[in-house]
Design a protein around this ligand. Structure first.
Ligand SMILES: [Zn+2]
Length: 84
């Protein structure tokens, strides 16, 4: 008899500023219009990163989380279409 087994969870990472440790960081990117979903979809992320705590260019460190985040992000489009 076998018992149901949860599928293995993927590794979860967080990107943080290597100066202040904040996860309030963003990357410069291009978004492309997706006709099927009628939304802007992330196309390319560039190396330039910005820390919203340091208010400037940032080098990012990728850290492995030891447990899944409490609120998993949705896979919703980054830029839903504007109304109208
Ligand atoms: Zn910072």
């Amino acid at each position: 008899m076998t018992s149901p087994v949860d599928p293995p969870s993927p590794p979860f990472y967080v990107f943080v500023c290597n100066v202040c440790g904040s996860d309030q960081v963003t990357r410069e990117a291009w978004a492309a219009w997706d006709v099927a979903t009628q939304a802007w979809i992330l196309n390319t992320a560039f190396d330039f990163a910005y820390c919203h705590r340091c208010l400037g260019y940032a080098q990012l460190d990728r850290l492995l989380l030891t447990s899944p985040p409490s609120g998993l992000p949705s896979r919703a489009p980054a830029f839903p279409p504007a109304p109208g």
